[in-house]
Design a protein around this ligand. Structure first.
Ligand SMILES: [Zn+2]
Length: 151
């Protein structure tokens, strides 16, 4: 890895591995006169598209799980939607619960904790911690957000 200052003023690591000497020079010159990925509008567009695709995918998984959309700001909901489906899928794979147990301990409570914020705050949870965290969110902390009158 070689550190190059890009035309936008940011430094990035450029890999010159496997390149011939004249190719290295060409690549370094190209890097120095072009913007870093974060500043390059084309890369930003590609990033935005990738995020859109991930979100569309998460929404589809969410509806397959029978979950209603989360509440929060658009940005929180976008993020939390992905966090929630990933946590649920990880829990499904790792906890090895019967379907009825999974529904009562994970999927059911997960559909009631509909505050995007809660999922973002708890995105690092291990699958094994999810059932008790959900129970806690629904039991003790009403502000974690449910509009379900039976909760
Ligand atoms: Zn930059």
């Amino acid at each position: 890895m070689t550190i190059v200052e890009r035309s936008c003023g940011h430094e990035t690591n450029i890999s010159l591995e496997g390149l011939k000497p004249f190719e290295r020079e060409g690549k370094l010159e190209w890097a120095a006169r072009s913007k870093c990925p974060a500043c390059d509008p084309k890369m930003r567009k590609r990033d935005a598209e990738r995020r859109q695709n991930e979100l569309a995918d998460a929404r589809e998984r969410e509806s397959r799980m029978g979950l209603d959309p989360l509440r929060g700001s658009a940005k929180q909901v976008d993020w939390a939607t992905r966090v929630r489906v990933e946590l649920l899928e990880a829990a499904f794979e790792e906890l090895d619960l019967e379907e009825a147990e999974f529904n009562s301990q994970v999927a059911g409570p997960a559909s009631q904790v509909d505050a995007a914020r809660w999922w973002i705050d708890n995105r690092e949870l291990a699958p094994a911690e999810l059932p008790s965290a959900l129970a806690g969110a629904l039991g003790e902390d009403a502000s974690a957000g449910t509009e379900n009158p039976f909760a």
